[in-house]
Design a protein around this ligand. Structure first.
Ligand SMILES: *[C@@H]1O[C@H](CO)[C@@H](O)[C@H](O)[C@H]1NC(C)=O
Ligand SMILES: *[C@@H]1O[C@H](CO)[C@@H](O)[C@H](O)[C@H]1NC(C)=O
Ligand SMILES: *[C@@H]1O[C@H](CO)[C@@H](O)[C@H](O)[C@H]1NC(C)=O
Ligand SMILES: *[C@@H]1O[C@H](CO)[C@@H](O)[C@H](O)[C@H]1NC(C)=O
Ligand SMILES: *[C@@H]1O[C@H](CO)[C@@H](O)[C@H](O)[C@H]1NC(C)=O
Ligand SMILES: *[C@@H]1O[C@H](CO)[C@@H](O)[C@H](O)[C@H]1NC(C)=O
Ligand SMILES: *[C@@H]1O[C@H](CO)[C@@H](O)[C@H](O)[C@H]1NC(C)=O
Length: 587
């Protein structure tokens, strides 16, 4: 369970604001940009993504707050009242519009927004300039429909910031809900899931499922934000939950971000290397992490998270004004727990836990449990039929001599879980087959001055739902890949002993997020690739000079739209931006 929260912030914020000077030996690091290196004009920052160009039929501001010196304070909390005038029978989609501005000098910060403890949005901020910066993010929040209808909840936002003589940037944030009515994006509101299963099973596959009837937070008490802080590999944070006995579908949405010594977990060498070289860094424990979820102590699902790079990460010049993939809208991870329902439909309390394999300080994790209820009966029954859920197999190879070496981690897992749930919609069996392969290679050459990380991750998931006659009701296939490659080369500007903290870092980063999801009108394809090259001269954690370019190719295809955008940024400015609604690929 949650421990004392005061202690860790004493520990955490000195790390963020006065980073230790072990830079030469930690592989990747976090920096700030001084004002003189920045754009003198107010500038818009952005994360390249696709949001359909539609006009909202209604909009409603739910938060307007300035985050100044908020360190060690409780989160900002305000009563939420549902904009009933915006909900209509023709509403089809709800987007959350996040707007932020900041001016001055400031580190990037992590932030999240919760409604009644359920996480709606997790984001990180961009580092401001003296002229000021601003950005806008849109996230589809249609799946939280049942929650957004309520008026008995508080809306909470955590953004811990420091404002003093040196760090002057105050983050001004406003959040607005946008409502759309468009037949092309219709989500079957107000229809129960069992009803839609019945209707659609005649015509083939159902469209996207209606939002859950109930969303239960698997989160902390909220005094320091609703996330749990994981600081060691043995930390398992849990919350007891009692779910309605007429639940016939359950999906857990896992929200994660990584910070401190695990901010660049994919570049952490094994402890043996750190000890043997007498290095002064806490960034160890090898380069494998997996976030797992338990019910009553049994692991029911896990995810290797996408490596989001915050705007101060690796080379902050890369991320202005185009931020890294996911930095403004961190991905969450869905786990279909329907096959496990038989375990928790007894009307009793059950413990849901979240932990991080090999995790070190610190991870911010929590989850939303989306539940669909059978409106025609008060109790449904279920049981698990097949269950093949082995532990992840992890293999490690390490070889080093002095500061040079090579470290490899390979992990994979294959699971198959099936279970039936008998409700008014019939006796439905859900079978989920999934697996992933992970490979991470770290190389240190030239006495540790050349460092490379190459990581590959590929996950596949198949969900098959059949009725009691053995007829296929739902079929869904998801495939995800997130490759990453980071190269850094440390060079001394000269051998000036009195200036030995100053060095040049040449850095290349290539990473991508690719997802293909096929199943009825659910189908979509996302391909998002970023390629950054540059160098910077660094003293301590401040960048003194540098050059950087970032190129990004993004494409999104679904049953209704096809969008692609290629962006290039150099030295803080957009130098190329082509977007198109024509597609080369198709689903
Ligand atoms: C948000 O709050 C600020 C300061 O309190 C105020 O100046 C601004 O007008 C508000 N914005 C909106 C849209 O309400
Ligand atoms: C909302 O926040 C207020 C003030 O912190 C608190 O008194 C109240 O109990 C909260 N309401 C809910 C539903 O959590
Ligand atoms: C539902 O179907 C499963 C698998 O076909 C079967 O084992 C189970 O007994 C059925 N449950 C009910 C309540 O009919
Ligand atoms: C390698 O780096 C370490 C630490 O900077 C230094 O003490 C050592 O002399 C270097 N060795 C060589 C061969 O350059
Ligand atoms: C060496 O460092 C001193 C003190 O910072 C500085 O004055 C001098 O210019 C440096 N020399 C070179 C060659 O960079
Ligand atoms: C970084 O990428 C550029 C362009 O692809 C290449 O010329 C350079 O050698 C790379 N730098 C390192 C340190 O690998
Ligand atoms: C983007 O696409 C162009 C044209 O197909 C290609 O030349 C370039 O290498 C791609 N860039 C990235 C970052 O994938």
């Amino acid at each position: 369970m949650k421990m004392n929260t005061f202690m860790y912030f004493l520990f955490l914020f000195p790390l963020l604001t006065q980073p230790t000077s072990s830079t030469l030996f930690s592989h990747l690091d976090h920096f700030t940009l001084p004002p003189y290196l920045r754009n003198p004009q107010p500038q818009e920052y952005l994360e390249v993504t696709y949001s359909p160009p539609l006009t909202p039929s209604c909009s409603h501001q739910i938060l307007n707050h300035s985050f100044a010196n908020t360190i060690n304070s409780p989160p900002h909390s305000t009563p939420y009242s549902s904009p009933s005038h915006c909900f209509s029978s023709s509403s089809s989609r709800i987007l959350l519009h996040f707007h932020a501005t900041c001016k001055g000098e400031q580190y990037d910060r992590i932030a999240a927004l919760w409604l009644g403890g359920v996480e709606l949005f997790r984001t990180s901020t961009a580092e401001p300039t003296n002229a000021g910066i601003f950005w806008n993010v849109r996230k589809d929040v249609t799946k939280y429909y049942s929650l957004l209808l309520r008026s008995d909840l508080n809306l909470t936002m955590m953004l811990e910031n420091i404002v003093d003589d040196e760090y002057t940037g105050v983050y001004h944030v406003s959040v607005t809900l946008l409502f759309y009515t468009d037949d092309a994006v219709r989500v079957p509101f107000g229809r129960s899931f069992s009803r839609s299963l019945k209707d659609e099973s005649e015509s083939g596959f159902y469209e996207s499922p209606p939002p859950a009837d109930l969303i239960v937070p698997i989160s902390s008490d909220g005094k320091r934000g609703f996330w749990f802080m994981v600081e060691t590999e043995n930390d398992l944070h849990s919350r007891t939950v009692q779910i309605p006995q007429n639940t016939h579908r359950a999906v857990l949405e896992l929200c994660v971000s990584f910070h401190g010594n695990d901010e660049f977990w994919y570049s952490n060498p094994p402890n043996s290397y750190i000890t043997a070289n007498g290095l002064d860094t806490g960034r160890g424990n090898g380069a494998y992490r997996e976030v797992y979820v338990t019910i009553d102590g049994e692991v029911v699902g896990s995810e290797v998270p996408f490596p989001v790079i915050f705007t101060g990460g690796i080379n902050p010049l890369f991320w202005e004004p185009v931020v890294a993939i996911g930095a403004f809208n961190l991905p969450s991870y869905d786990m279909d727990l329907t096959p496990f329902l038989g375990k928790i439909l007894d009307g009793k309390e059950h413990s849901f836990g979240i932990g991080v394999v090999n995790g070190i300080s610190y991870w911010l994790v929590n989850a939303n449990l989306h539940l669909w209820l059978d409106h025609e009966s008060s109790v449904v029954y279920g049981n698990r039929v097949i269950h093949q859920n082995p532990e992840t197999s992890i293999e490690r190879i390490e070889e080093f001599s002095g500061l040079d070496g090579e470290f490899e981690v390979e992990a994979d897992k294959e699971t198959q879980i099936a279970g039936w749930v008998a409700s008014c919609a019939g006796n439905i069996t859900t079978t989920i087959s999934q697996g992933f392969t992970f490979k991470n290679l770290i190389k240190f050459h030239n006495n540790g001055t050349y460092k490379m990380v190459k990581q590959r991750f590929m996950a596949k998931k198949k969900v098959k739902v059949v009725n009691e006659r053995g007829e296929l009701v739902v079929k869904l296939k998801v495939k995800r890949k997130y490759p990453l490659r980071v190269i850094t080369l440390t060079q001394q500007p000269c051998c000036n002993k009195t200036n030995s903290d100053r060095y040049i870092l040449v850095t290349n980063v290539t990473h991508a997020f690719k997802e293909k999801c096929v199943g009825g009108l659910f189908s979509h394809l996302v391909s998002n690739v970023q390629d950054s090259n540059g160098w910077m001269e660094v003293e301590d954690h401040s960048v003194l000079s540098g050059e950087a370019t970032t190129k990004q190719n993004y494409s999104y295809i679904d049953g209704f739209s096809c969008y692609s955008q290629n962006v290039a940024a150099a030295d803080g400015r957009i130098v190329g931006d082509d977007s198109s609604f024509q597609c080369e690929n198709s689903l």
